[in-house]
Design a binder for this molecule. Structure first.
Ligand SMILES: *[C@@H]1O[C@H](CO)[C@@H](O)[C@H](O)[C@H]1NC(C)=O
Ligand SMILES: *[C@@H]1O[C@H](CO)[C@@H](O)[C@H](O)[C@H]1NC(C)=O
Length: 204
């Protein structure tokens, strides 16, 4: 029994799974909009995204009293999660893999009805996929307490694409592979010709 309790404590320390903020327990109090247009294709490492967020004023004053920071992330749309367990949506936010790519982390939360904006270039390591943007408000412990997102609850509207750097350079890679294959072949060809030449001179 003691060992069991010890193991539970240990796994809590390791994964922080016991804190257990679940997505379904969060209030959607933030209004989030972003610059990408529906179905727009952005290039990782090149194109910028501007995110705007504010508190939805229909909530009573003080609903945001525990909000300390805001973290904004790129999140996979369901179409880009299919057959990809490593992008799975899990209600426990510690295990959730929906939103893996940060746009900005732990930005101080400013309580006001006006808009906050943040602009950033899409990071170079973002993979090709269909995305939406979600902002989490966090309390002083860093736990998520509220959110807002650029899509609806079905994650079906207002989605955009990001094209990874690697995808764009595939044709270049193929060209360089062909080029190396060609150089190896010509090396062999040269070697073969040299051999024949020396044979010919020997037989004279
Ligand atoms: C603000 O919150 C209310 C209540 O949840 C909701 O009905 C409304 O659509 C929200 N407004 C925006 C702009 O998201
Ligand atoms: C905040 O941004 C939204 C969307 O861009 C806009 O509709 C709204 O008027 C802005 N509000 C303020 C107070 O600037």
């Amino acid at each position: 029994m003691a060992i069991r309790a010890f193991l539970i404590v240990l796994s809590c320390l390791a994964a922080a799974t016991c804190r257990g903020a679940t997505f379904s327990s969060l209030q959607q109090t933030l209004i989030v909009t972003a610059s990408p247009q529906p179905a727009q294709v952005l290039k990782a490492g090149e194109d910028e995204i501007t995110v705007t967020w504010s508190l939805n004023s229909t909530f009573p004053a003080g609903v945001d009293s525990s909000y300390k920071t805001v973290t904004i992330k790129l999140c996979y749309a369901p179409i880009s999660q299919k057959y990809r367990g490593w992008r799975k949506t899990v209600d426990n936010l510690v295990k959730d893999k929906t939103c893996q790519h940060k746009i900005v982390a732990n930005k101080p939360y400013i309580s006001s009805s006006s808009n906050n904006t943040f602009t950033s270039t899409v990071l170079r390591d973002v993979p090709t996929a269909t995305y939406f943007i979600r902002a989490y408000a966090q309390n002083s412990e860093g736990d998520e307490v509220a959110y807002g997102q650029t899509t609806d609850s079905h994650k079906a509207v207002n989605l955009f694409e990001i094209q990874a750097i690697t995808g764009r350079h595939v044709s270049l890679d193929i060209a360089s592979i062909c080029f190396s294959a060609f150089s190896i072949l010509s090396l062999f060809g040269f070697f073969f010709l040299e051999k024949r030449k020396s044979k010919a001179s020997e037989s004279k």
